[in-house]
Design a protein around this ligand. Sequence first.
Ligand code: IMP
Ligand code: MG
Length: 187
Amino acid sequence: MTNPKTDMRDDIKEVVVSEQEIKAENKRLAAKISSHYDDGEEVIMVGILRGAVIFMADLAREIDSPVIFDFMDVSSYGKDAYTSGNVRIIKDLEENIEGKHVLIVEDIIDTGLTMKRVVNLLQTRDPASIKIVTLLDKPERRVQKKVQVDYNGFEVPDEFVVGYGLDYAEKYRNLPFIGALKEHLYS
Ligand code: IMP
Ligand code: MG
């Protein structure tokens, strides 16, 4: 069987956030984040797999504080494009976060259900602080209103977006920009 050759960019309706805009926003977010911790204070960055990997890698290099990397894998049941609400922890942290500053790094906050689940769990472990940074935010679709986002990149409209870590069915993560996926591909 041959592997079909496709051009990922043909599936993109339009660029929502360009590579240059992401770069500039990462610098802005990192400056804000760095200023909120004391000099030399260690921060445990908790990336939510797999979408946050690229954002976290770029953001971390703009932050002045010493950081430790850890990851959680969280999944909602079902294969749909959107969160079902039934959020499951697939992979927990390796680090003990008790008394530590935690910065949760997310690619996009949509309904907020994933983030609420993660925050609730980490809070039980008595960290010194928990802050949330997300590159993208879809406030129109928020179900869980109690999620307090500390650092917010771009608000995006209620469309399915991919690239810069975000996927549809595990595809498009390596596009260097954020693009809206053509609707017929996911609906
Ligand atoms: P929430 O629980 O609804 O806030 O969903 C958050 C998760 O859903 C994110 O971490 C993404 O993995 C996924 N997600 C939500 N919207 C999009 C999108 O437009 N593109 C890609 N993934 C998305
Ligand atoms: Mg995700």
